[in-house]
Ligand binder design. Sequence first.
Ligand SMILES: Nc1nc2c(ncn2[C@@H]2O[C@H](COP(=O)(O)OP(=O)(O)OP(=O)(O)O)[C@@H](O)[C@H]2O)c(=O)[nH]1
Ligand SMILES: [Mg+2]
Length: 363
Amino acid sequence: MSVNIGIIGLAKSGKTTIFNALTRGKLDIESPAARVGIAKVPEPRLKVLASMLQPKRVVPAEASYTDIGASIKGLGKEIGISGQLLNQLSSVDALINIVRAFTDESIPHIEGSLDVKRDIATIDLELVFSDLAIIERRLERIEILLKGAKPPERQGLLREQERLVKIKADLEKDVPIREQKLTSDEVRTITSYQFLTAKPILIVVNIGEEQLPQSADLEKELSLHYSRPKCRIIALCGKLEMELAQLNNEAAEVFRTEFGVAESGFDRTIKLSYELLGLISFFTIASAEVKAWPIQRGTSAVKAAGKIHTDMERGFIRAEVISYNDLVKCGSLSEARKKGLLRLEGKDYIVQDGDVITFLFNV
Ligand SMILES: Nc1nc2c(ncn2[C@@H]2O[C@H](COP(=O)(O)OP(=O)(O)OP(=O)(O)O)[C@@H](O)[C@H]2O)c(=O)[nH]1
Ligand SMILES: [Mg+2]
C-alpha cells in the first residue's frame, strides 16, 4: 500500500489546483467532495537505471493524495472537527497545508487580507483543537472506566491517563505533538489515536507567478520559522505547476527555464513529503522491469521483501544487494557480479537508500 497524504488549508488557498498539479489530474475546482489521486514519485535514478538496462517497463513508486474538499477552519472550535472529515484526516500519513500568498482581486481571501503566518497559525490551531477534543473525550471515558476497573486494567488506564494529561498540557501551550518530546514507548501507545498534530506536515506557500523571482528568498525567510521536527515549508506557484503538469516533460522544462524555476515545485513537494515520512527507495530489476519501492528508513531486508510479496518475506533466504552508485559504475549486473560487488545479505540487513536488490526466496 502506498502512503496517503492529505491536502488541507483554508478555503480558496489553492488546494485543488495543487492536488491537480501533483496527480496530473483535471479535477473541477468547484467540486466540493474529497478526491483521491495518485502521484508518481519522481526518481531520477530510475531514469538512469532504465537507460542502462533497457527494461520493458519502468515502474516508479506511487503516493496517493487526498484533496480534503472542505475547509477545516472553524470545525475544530468546540466539538472537534466533524466526524467524516476527521476520519478522513486521521487516516492520512502526512498533511500538506496549502497557504495562500498569491494576490487576486477577483478571489477574496476568506480572512479579508493576505497573511501567510496568520494562516499557518490558524490551521495549526485547528489541528490542536481537534486533538484536544479527542483527548478530552478519552479522559472522560477513562474516568468512567476507572470506577469499575480491576487492578491490572486499572494500571493500564492510569498510565494512559497520565500520558494524555501530559500531552494535553503541551497542546494547550500550542505545542503540536510532533514537536513534543515523547519516548518511543509513549509514541507507540498514542499511535492508535491518529492525532492530527502528530503527523508530519509540509507547508506549501502558494505564490503568484509575479512572485516567482522572490520565491527562494521567501522560502528561506519562512524556513527560519517553520523548519521544525517533522515540519517543512516550501513556496511554489500552484497555478503554474498545474498548467505545467498538463504538458509533456520537455515542454514543461522549457517553460520552467523561462520562469526561472530551477526545480519543479511538483518534484519538490513529493520529495519533501517523502522525506518527512522518513521514506527511502530501493530498486528491483526483474523480468524486464525496473521498479522503485518506498520503505521506511531502517527497514530490514526481510521486511522490504514483504513489501513486494508476503511469500518473499515468508520464504526469505537472502538478498543480493548492490548500491545504485556501484551498479551505475559497472554498467550492468553481470559486470558487477564479475567485479564481486554484489553482496549477499541476510534477513536483518538494513536496506539503504538506492540499494538495488534481488531477493532469493523459496515458496
Ligand atoms: N493567481 C493565482 N490564482 C490561483 C493560484 N492558485 C490557485 N488560484 C486560483 O484560486 C482559486 C481557488 O483555487 P482552488 O484550487 O480551487 O482552491 P481550493 O483551496 O481548492 O478552494 P476550495 O476547495 O474552494 O476551498 C481558483 O480560481 C484558482 O484558479 C495561483 O498560484 N495564482
Ligand atoms: Mg478545492
